[in-house]
Design a protein around this ligand. Structure first.
Ligand code: URA
Length: 182
């Protein structure tokens, strides 16, 4: 659980942000720095947001789970991310719901299956549903897409192709936010 994490990593961004991006759980860098999406997955997210002309400072960025869980790498000192168990995500549910209640976003982006499940309270087949808007119980729309770490696991051409499709998913979310902000 949270016992091996350095600190709790809450979301960051303005209250009233039109869009909330929700990831899975902090990684090694996020755990050290206490901020969401500042490691390799965060750099890919930042690259995408920059290409879309979308200022991260206007968006609320958070995770479904607030603590880093890790196992030691087989060799060396690296701390390897471990996917959170459902009960760990459930234990953090009230934090995520409190963030949504506070920020009141117009729409959310689920980055990967853990975020999608926590936001929609049911399992979502991310590869099948990506690029689609689903609706939460509170009627807020949730755009389903991949987690940036899934792209980082791909090599060269496959990664660039997947990145292009991911950018299009995020573009849809950005268009929605721009339209609701007017
Ligand atoms: N992966 C996530 O889901 N969230 C982060 O903050 C970093 C990596």
């Amino acid at each position: 659980m949270f016992a091996h994490a350095t600190q709790t990593v809450f979301g960051e961004g303005p209250i009233g942000a039109a869009l909330m991006l929700v990831g899975e759980t902090p990684g090694d860098q996020e755990d050290r720095q206490g901020r969401p999406f500042v490691g390799p997955a965060g750099r890919l997210l930042d690259r995408a947001l920059a290409e879309l002309g979308w200022d991260r400072a206007t968006t609320y960025v958070t995770n479904a789970v607030k603590h880093f869980k890790w196992v030691p790498a087989p060799r060396g000192k690296r701390r390897m991310h471990k996917t959170p168990a459902q009960r760990e995500a459930d234990a953090c549910e009230h934090w995520l719901e409190s963030e949504i209640a506070l920020v009141q976003p117009q729409a959310l982006v689920a980055l990967g299956a853990t975020a999608a499940r926590q936001l929609l309270k049911r399992p979502v087949a991310v590869l099948r549903m990506r690029g689609q808007w689903l609706e939460r119980e509170d009627r807020r729309p949730v755009l389903i897409t991949l987690h940036p770490s899934a792209l980082l696991r791909l090599q060269n051409d496959a990664r660039e192709a997947a990145y292009g499709a991911w950018l299009e998913d995020l573009r849809r979310a950005g268009r929605f936010a721009a339209a609701t902000a007017q």
